[in-house]
Design a protein around this ligand. Structure first.
Ligand SMILES: NC(=O)c1ccc[n+]([C@@H]2O[C@H](COP(=O)([O-])OP(=O)(O)OC[C@H]3O[C@@H](n4cnc5c(N)ncnc54)[C@H](OP(=O)(O)O)[C@@H]3O)[C@@H](O)[C@H]2O)c1
Length: 499
């Protein structure tokens, strides 16, 4: 039905002619947010906080970002979309975001909506650096928000795992942990000293990322007063489900790295519990929920409590790690760069994981690298596995612990949307098909991470079938060998017995 004869979109109405400030705009979530806002709503201006990086100026970075395929459709709809973007030179770790007085004045005089998504998402980040970016970042954003004259909403993007030390259901509320003394201590510490006291300070948290996000949430709650501030907590964000292109992805963090390893046959075993729920959410649905949440927050200005949204999939559309693996292995589109038939085992303890990893990863890697050396090629597998082992130790906590989340605020927000908004901002996880998601996910890895052309798909399937035959032949040979061995041992015993 054309939009003109449908109910009016309240969300579009909310964003019409607004001036939006986004931090973290250059990242995975940020790019998808800008794209969706400009494709579906009609903001006046989007200010984005950016820093120079790796010798590239802000303008060079911006040009590169807009070359990303996530913007392809937007470019066809509105070739001049970039005219709506204004960059603000800044850095989250610096005081007041390190922005100039002129930029600050532009922000406080104009901005209506703020999305604070910038963060160091590195699990291994030095405690002091993580604190400076993740805690001081939101502190500076709130200080700017306090002076902003026409602020309607400030949405702070945290993580569903900010309270990952809790064993009971994680509610949509801010949890209080020891705060004042620890903040004072962290403010005084140097990076070097912070590293020495890291474990003592973060206690049961598995990493500095989730710990500093927990502190940042407490700060947001304390500073809320009469400001329209809310917290959005997504679980594990993966590729797009449908928009703007199915399967679009630009990173191989966490579950995405595991799924890519699984799909290419690189990864055969990992520590994890197959029966746990994999709390995966596609980035386009997550962005739709963020856009809707920022609108909702506008109505919470005078609320005493800060509104929190746990954006997770487990309550409405749960999928276990085992089923996720099965769908990816069985229905995922193969890669031309595959190393083996995609088959994967979740090991329930470190001992089994290490033994299986030695047999299924290390031995083949040494053989393949030796072959590469002998044929004049570069050996890469052993070093890739070394990197993977380091990565896997960081994510084991999340693959072995059962979490539970309340997401009542998200569900209520969905129920309140009118039909048009539900079509334009489809964030209810209940409407998603995991089978379709997994097909698109693997296609996305092929297209956007491995840069494989769709015209090579037939060859990838041929390669997959060959690997499948080799895989089952190898399995059959191993079973046959074991049977022969047992038979020979039993024959020996029998001979001893009858003689
Ligand atoms: N991805 C997930 O699975 C997931 C799950 C839950 C929550 N989240 C949250 O979603 C938000 C976005 O994450 P993401 O996945 O998009 O991560 P990402 O791709 O790594 O993007 C991080 C963004 O933060 C910016 N940033 C980092 N440090 C900064 C600093 N010191 N000053 C200014 N900007 C800085 C980065 O800018 P540069 O490009 O300049 O580095 C980038 O734009 C984060 O708050 C994260 O905690 C993500």
């Amino acid at each position: 039905m054309p939009e003109s004869i449908m109910e009016k979109s309240e969300i579009k109405e909310f964003y019409k002619d607004t001036k939006i400030f986004i931090t973290g705009a250059t990242g995975f979530v940020g790019k998808t947010l800008i794209e969706k806002l400009l494709r579906t709503t009609e903001p006046h201006t989007i200010y984005i906080l950016m820093r120079e990086k790796k010798g590239k100026t802000i303008n060079e970075r911006l040009k590169k970002i807009f070359e990303n395929p996530v913007f392809d459709i937007l470019k066809t709809i509105n070739p001049d979309f970039s005219l709506k973007i204004k960059t603000i030179n800044g850095e989250c770790g610096a005081q007041g975001l390190g922005i100039s007085d002129k930029d600050k004045s532009e922000l406080i005089n104009n901005v209506n909506i703020i999305f604070h998504a910038a963060a160091s998402v590195n699990f291994d980040e030095n405690l002091k650096s993580a604190f400076d970016i993740n805690f001081d970042g939101i502190r500076s954003v709130i200080n700017i928000a306090k002076e902003t004259k026409h602020l309607k909403s400030l949405l702070f993007v945290s993580t569903a795992y900010s309270n990952c030390i809790e064993d009971s259901v994680i509610q949509e509320k801010v949890y209080e942990y020891p705060y004042d003394d620890v903040i004072k201590e962290l403010e005084m510490l140097s990076k070097e000293k912070a590293e020495l006291v890291r474990d003592k300070i973060i206690g049961n948290w598995p990493n500095t990322y989730t710990y500093t996000k927990a502190l940042a949430e407490i700060l947001a709650k304390r500073e809320k007063a009469n400001m329209p501030i809310g917290i959005f907590r997504p679980s594990i964000i993966t590729s797009t489900y449908r928009e703007p292109k199915p399967g679009w992805i630009d990173n191989i963090y966490a579950v995405n790295g595991v799924a890519l390893g699984l799909m290419t046959g690189f990864l055969r075993v990992m520590r994890g519990d197959p029966n746990l729920i994999a709390d995966i959410v596609p980035v386009d649905m997550c962005i739709a929920a963020m856009i809707s949440s920022a609108k909702e927050i506008a109505g919470t200005k005078y609320d005493k409590e800060i509104t929190v949204y746990n954006y997770v999939s487990r309550n409405e559309n749960p999928i276990t790690f085992d089923l996720f693996k099965y769908l990816n292995c069985t229905f995922g589109v193969p890669s031309n760069k595959a190393l083996w038939y995609p088959r994967f085992i979740y090991a329930s303890n470190d001992f089994t994981c290490n033994i299986l990893s030695f047999i299924l990863h290390i031995v083949p890697a040494i053989l393949m690298d030796t072959l590469a050396l002998l044929t004049g090629n570069k050996p890469v597998l052993v070093s890739l596995y070394r990197k993977f082992f380091k990565f896997s130790s960081k994510v084991t906590f999340f693959g072995t612990k059962e979490f539970q989340f309340d997401n009542n605020n998200v569900q209520t927000m969905w129920k309140k949307l009118n039909k048009t908004d539900r079509e334009l901002f489809p964030f209810s996880m209940s409407s998603m098909s995991w089978l379709l998601f997994c097909k698109n996910y693997s296609l996305g890895f092929r297209r956007y991470i491995l840069k494989e052309d769709d015209s090579m798909l037939a060859q990838a399937f041929t390669k997959l079938y060959r690997f499948q035959i080799a895989h089952y032949m190898m399995k059959a040979s191993i079973v046959f060998g074991i049977c022969v061995f047992i038979y020979l041992q039993l024959s020996k015993l029998w001979n001893i017995f009858v003689n």
